[in-house]
Design a protein around this ligand. Sequence first.
Ligand SMILES: [Zn+2]
Ligand SMILES: [Zn+2]
Length: 183
Amino acid sequence: MNCPVCSSETFGRVELDPGLFALRCESCAGNWVGGAGYWHWLGGRGENLPERREPPAGEAPPEDRRAKPCPECRTSMFRYTVGHGVGFGLDQCPACKGIWFDAAEWEALRERNLHDDINSIFTAPWQAEVSREERRRRLEQIYVRRFGAEDFEEVRRVREWLDASPRKQELLAYLTDPNPWGV
Ligand SMILES: [Zn+2]
Ligand SMILES: [Zn+2]
């Protein structure tokens, strides 16, 4: 078995959470959870823990976007963006279903109670929502550049207020009328 990040062959067995075992690369501290391991652990748990959105993720460090080889069966792993303000992605082997966590990623997921949602992260609906979130974030950056942060904040507030008003059309007509007094 080779580490998909640093190619080391030395792994030690660790318990990530009670009942959830992983092989940890002794050189880069990445964790490998075998195919059945995660689902078995998840099935033995009670309720799904509510997600925590804090603390906000800092600027994500640049990640190596190349597909990693599965440490167990060498198949190229699929990469799934976690989203929800988490700056890294997870790798899953499409063949043996094992999951790779770079060093400290498991702990970061647990901090937000996302560690029991990994089965959901790998689904199409989750990934579609992450893409929408990503698109919104990019557009927001464009607006902030165009209007300046303060004006964007204000125009967004006005827009939300308009959207919530039953008189939205009338208010809009007034706002955009070049001569609302008719004089
Ligand atoms: Zn390694
Ligand atoms: Zn595999």
